[in-house]
Design a protein around this ligand. Structure first.
Ligand SMILES: [Zn+2]
Length: 239
């Protein structure tokens, strides 16, 4: 096989690897944002639950406090009523009545607040149950998805290393002049120094190649470059 045709055969191998590398890098780029989003979702679930639990704790504390308050008031009330029974003086009796009324009012207020707390507590407990259900059903799914993505990332990383090694092994087969040309274009372009032609479109820059050039590229028997991006053009059947 003439040297140039052999060179092109190897360049085709290289551009196929480059396409694979590009695709894998694209995949790799998508994974970290999704993992971050999952972490955010997981954190939010826990935060929401903790927030509601804290509100419940506060309500419980207040409930205990009011409970004590009511008991203290009731004890005070009983004592006042007892004292009142032995009072002879009308004026003192009346004054004690006012005090008893005052304490009773305090008890009423505390009991009203207690009702509000109990109702609120019930609502919050329902919320906690719903959140816990949601966490139970969704957390495992998200964690599993995250683990899968991390695994995918590591597999893709490995595949990229292998592809890179394979490319390095192909290079020595190419004749020096073409290899240098390829190297220069690769450095300039960053992703690949070669591009496949699909129809008459350069797959490196997606510009149209003149029909005569496209025809010549498809013969794969001379080194031709894309006039727009400068990559070496080759031709192979792509899926
Ligand atoms: Zn091009």
């Amino acid at each position: 096989m003439p040297v140039v045709e052999e060179d092109i055969r190897y360049l085709i191998q290289i551009v196929k690897k480059d396409m694979e590398i590009k695709e894998k890098k694209r995949m790799l780029g998508n994974i970290p944002p999704r993992i971050k989003a999952i972490d955010r979702e997981l954190r939010k679930m826990d935060d929401d639950l903790n927030e509601t639990k804290q509100i419940l704790d506060k309500l419980d504390t207040e409930k205990r406090h009011i409970d004590q308050e009511i008991k203290a008031h009731q004890a005070e009330l009983a004592k006042k009523k007892e004292d009142q029974n032995v009072v002879k003086d009308n004026k003192v009796f009346k004054a004690m009545n006012a005090e008893i009324e005052y304490i009773s009012k305090k008890i009423d207020q505390a009991e009203e607040r207690m009702l509000v707390i109990l109702e609120d507590g019930e609502v919050r407990r329902g919320e906690v149950a719903a959140m816990t259900n949601k966490i139970n059903s969704e957390k495992n799914k998200l964690v599993a998805e995250k683990e899968k993505l991390e695994q995918e990332m590591s597999v893709t990383d490995d595949a990229l290393k292998i592809l890179g090694d394979e490319k390095v092994r192909i290079l020595p087969h190419i004749s020096e002049g073409v290899r240098r040309l390829y190297g220069r274009i690769l450095v300039a372009k960053g992703d690949s120094g070669v591009a496949n032609l699909v129809g008459d479109i350069c797959q490196g820059c997606y510009s149209r190649v003149p029909p005569q050039t496209a025809h010549e590229v498809r013969r794969n028997d001379q080194i031709l470059k894309c006039e727009v991006c400068g990559r070496i053009l080759v031709y192979y059947e792509s899926k």
